[in-house]
Design a protein around this ligand. Sequence first.
Ligand SMILES: C[S@@+](CC[C@H](N)C(=O)[O-])C[C@H]1O[C@@H](n2cnc3c(N)ncnc32)[C@H](O)[C@@H]1O
Length: 228
Amino acid sequence: MGLGGAGFLALSVARLALGGARPVVSVAAPGIAGLWLLLNAATFLHTTRVGKFAVWAELLDRLGLRGDERLLDIGCGRGAVLIMAAKRLPRGRAVGVDLWSTTDQSGNAERVTRRNAEIEDVAGRVELRTADMRRLPYDDCSFDVVVSSLAIHNVPGAEERRKALHEAARVLKRGGRLMIADIRYAGAYARELEACGLTITDRRSLGMRFWYAFGPWAATRLVAATKP
Ligand SMILES: C[S@@+](CC[C@H](N)C(=O)[O-])C[C@H]1O[C@@H](n2cnc3c(N)ncnc32)[C@H](O)[C@@H]1O
């Protein structure tokens, strides 16, 4: 997007310098397209470097954790949310499962996540496991909190995502809390979690700081639930 934006702007400036007929079309059109692409690139960059961390920090703080909980991050990737959670669990455990797809997240690897946890000084309370979110290798009712950020939409097919949601609900303890932030399918997630017997406590857009392009249609949405 950034390269495209810069290219269109350069074209617009070149045409302006050269002059010619119909400047509104030949100069303004690529100029507007260039600015639009740059705006989208800047929004994406801000979300991925700053906004996503700020929003998740607020979501985790709002949980009011005691600090001794067992938390599972489904599709933890390089540990953005997992490590923030571990910092709030001085006597607890933050467990991350992933298949480490480098298509879904660049530089994704278990050793990278482990290294990130070491750098952030929480490696002692972070546990990583290579596992498919559709078949979690954990007992029923074994986590106080389950979170997932931008991961479930990567599972292809509604039926396969349904399995992941059932697994998330299964491993959650009674009274436990679940939070999913994702760029697609929030409505389907909420319906499926309700079908699993969970109570939806919050469902909303996470705002401009979590937009992946410039516009509310590119918003990340939250689905939060509890297990009665
Ligand atoms: C876009 S990344 C998000 C990573 C991290 N949660 C974050 O917010 O930075 C999506 C992650 O989901 C993982 N993933 C995709 N399909 C998976 C599956 N079936 N089981 C476990 N993890 C999966 C990918 O490997 C990737 O790490």
